[in-house]
Design a protein around this ligand. Sequence first.
Ligand code: ASP
Ligand code: MG
Length: 467
Amino acid sequence: MGDAACIARVAQIVAEAARQRRVVAVVSAMSGVTNKLIEAATKSQNGEDQTSTAIFESLRRQHEAALAALIQPGEQRGRIAESMREIFAEGERLCQGTALLRELTPRTLDAISSLGERLSAPMVAGALAELGVPSEAVEATELIVTDPYHGGADPIMEKTRLKCEARLRPMLDAGVVPVVTGFIGATEQGVLTTLGRGGSDYSATILGAAITAAEVIIWTDVDGVLTADPRLVAEARTIPEISYREATELAYFGAKVLHPKTLRALAEQGIPVWIRNSFSPENRGTKITPKGRSNGGGVKALTAIKDVTLISLGGPGIVGMTDVVGRTFSTTAEVHANVLLISQSSSQNDICFIVSSADAKRTVEALRKEFAQDLAHEKVEHITVDPNIAIVAVVGENMRGTPGVAGRVFIGLGRESVNIIAIAQGSSESNISFVVAEQDMKRALVVTHREFGLGSPALQEQRVPVS
Ligand code: ASP
Ligand code: MG
């Protein structure tokens, strides 16, 4: 939600839905607010209290302006303004404490970064009331019970279910729309936690699972899940329906539509999730279902990431050395590097893998240390690093058992002279990933998109369900 106009639009969407059925709304902070709160927290930790105060000042102005634009002067506006003042005062106290101690604990950071949702929920509830829809803001600390893993907490579903029944059910029965703060929860002891950046999607699916919702609709600023990034592939189109698995593959591979954990909460119950665009609610967006729906071909979408680095380790000396793989990945685990792709050929001459570029330096240093002896004795001949690469992934659950998909991918690339550096396909066969030079990434996407006709409306729309 960028500004008052966005909040008003969100309220319209919720009001429309509430006329037809029972609705729980989950809201995130206004755009950019969480980033600013985190900045204020870090500035306080560095002792820069004035910067932190200035950030709070601008946040206050932003929220007051939105409130004034959304809600008529009167009792309701006064009440929301008062609760905002309290939330800001709490934030400033937390920052002062941080500045005093010069220490920012994960717990305090969660308390500060959660303020954006705590500010936006009452405004959305107020905007709904202005439209004549009975509504009430609810803080998710009252609903979502999590483990104490600050900054990336996970829900304890049984306890969450009980709380939701007790708190949300009576509201729904009374025809009131609960407007719940996304992104946050609380431990069993009541300490506030956050679910990770972008976690409001995850909040929505946690709550959807907890109350066994008929469906979860995520209103965002893109037209659902696309066949490719439209900034790179002009012909990219919205996919009408994809499976949980496909959506998750795409989330992990940089198509940033969803928080990667979003679908986890729903998997068991198979509740469908829609991704829709709040700027163009007339479009139906993408429906994510347990099984997805075939589009006739095996390939559903392409995705790519380029902020990644290829590390390879090898030399003839490693052939038959049975501990190289084990030691390599114990090392990456020790430095908490997230490994995105692994490839080793059967000649065993070298093993290569890809990590986020942010993790590359410490990974290579740790590997050089781990293999110092072997490098000295030339058993391991090289550890090389290439940051100028990109991973392209071809995703589709129905590629499984469909012969010829890999063939078409690589024939298409060959025809366009795109050089392939490494290839990986898991045995689940729902993702074929390959590595190309960064400068070839866009071309690889365009060629493969065309090869599988993903831009063709016929392929995407022939099986649009009627629901
Ligand atoms: N406000 C949180 C964030 O920016 C959660 C969300 O937007 O989904 O990460
Ligand atoms: Mg967000």
